[in-house]
Design a protein around this ligand. Structure first.
Ligand SMILES: Nc1ncnc2c1ncn2[C@@H]1O[C@H](COP(=O)(O)OP(=O)(O)OP(=O)(O)O)[C@@H](O)[C@H]1O
Length: 334
């Protein structure tokens, strides 16, 4: 069998101009592209991130033995921990994976903003502590990003990391300086921001997470349905491209809306995530945050990677320090 490592890039279906640029930058064999991401490749060979992405896609689509190709092109994947092991496991083991769009939905007060803030801090966890060592963009459509609460969760995160290593490089000022905050007042601003996000990301290559809290807020009311669907589709498509090209995670917070039919409510109504199918297509994982009695739970109701999950609901809590696992039930004998 052909060894994919020794395959010359010239033998692949890539444009001659691109081959030259790859050669000039020292990429000769498929193996050389093993660690390349669209962003790193674009810098190395001097093309746009989109062109670098299209080169990587072309290579993936070429007629090579698929098993070896996957192993060659496979990039090191980092994930953003939520600090709730249960939710990390639902999301594939380590948390929110870079390169994907994940949705958290739930009723007001369930903890979506707390999750968004926790992730914006945790994306900064250094590599030596198995974090993505990145920065975050926080797009606030509702005005719920309260700086005092961010500082509280940041201090909780610093304390937690200090339990793991001594002298962690984290401090409050650095954490806050690595969250780029955008306050959005209507859907036109949101659309414009997402449309021009490439430019911002090119200037801020450390960004590894974009949180939109919430995606539905400016799309709920009087907006014409066809306009709403069109704008949302454009935003969703752009977010998918951004997530892949810049290898970052996009986390969408979403509200719940009442739908008639389904019979689950006393008045023949069902609570369902807002904006329906448009978001469903773009999100690889969708998590419902909900309350049962006084406890909070997370339920994975869509997963692109693990359709046959055994455990789909886990418990979590929100404390002063942020999102955490629930303590194990105390021994009734004690
Ligand atoms: N310092 C704190 N200590 C403990 N729990 C807190 C603290 N701050 C907030 N919470 C919890 O987080 C909840 C608010 O969560 P959050 O604002 O994330 O909800 P949300 O799902 O974003 O709601 P909305 O849809 O209205 O924006 C509070 O009701 C409270 O239970």
């Amino acid at each position: 069998m052909r060894d994919a490592r020794s395959i010359l890039l010239v033998k692949l279906n890539i444009k001659p101009g691109q081959i030259k640029k790859l050669h000039d930058a020292g990429y000769k064999f498929l193996e050389d592209l093993k660690e390349a991401s669209p962003l790193s490749l674009s810098k190395d060979i001097g093309v746009s991130v989109q062109e670098a992405l299209s080169i990587i896609r072309q290579i993936k689509n070429d007629k090579l033995p698929s098993a070896s190709l996957t192993s060659i092109i496979k990039r090191e994947t980092y994930a953003i921990p939520t600090f709730c092991n249960g939710i990390d496991k639902l999301l594939g083991g380590k948390g929110v994976t870079l390169g994907k769009i994940v949705e958290f939905c739930g009723i007001p007060g369930i903890g979506k903003t707390q999750m968004g803030i926790q992730l914006s801090i945790n994306v900064q966890i250094p590599r030596n502590l198995f974090g993505p060592e990145g920065e975050a963009v926080y797009i606030d459509t509702e005005g719920s990003f309260i700086i005092q609460r961010v500082a509280e969760i940041a201090n909780g995160t610093i304390a937690r990391l200090n339990e793991t290593v001594e002298g962690s490089p984290f401090n409050l000022e650095t954490i806050l300086s690595r969250i780029y905050y955008f306050r959005i007042h209507d859907y036109i601003q949101l659309n414009a921001l997402i449309k021009n996000m490439d430019e911002f990301l090119n200037e801020h290559p450390m960004v590894k997470l974009i949180v939109i809290d919430s995606i539905a807020f400016h799309f709920r009311t009087e907006l014409d349905l066809s306009v709403r669907t069109r704008v949302l589709q454009m935003i969703a498509q752009k977010l998918e491209d951004i997530a892949e090209s810049f290898e970052l995670a996009v986390v969408l917070m979403n509200q719940m809306t009442t739908k008639f039919g389904g019979n689950s409510g006393p008045d023949n109504t069902t609570l369902t995530p807002a904006l329906g199918d448009v978001l469903s297509e773009a999100c690889s994982d969708r998590v419902l945050l909900f309350r049962r009695d006084e406890e909070r739970f997370a339920h994975l109701f869509k997963s692109a990677t693990k359709p046959e999950l055994q455990i789909t609901s886990v418990q979590f809590q929100i404390i002063k320090d942020g999102i955490r696992d629930c303590p194990l039930p105390s021994d009734p004998g004690q």
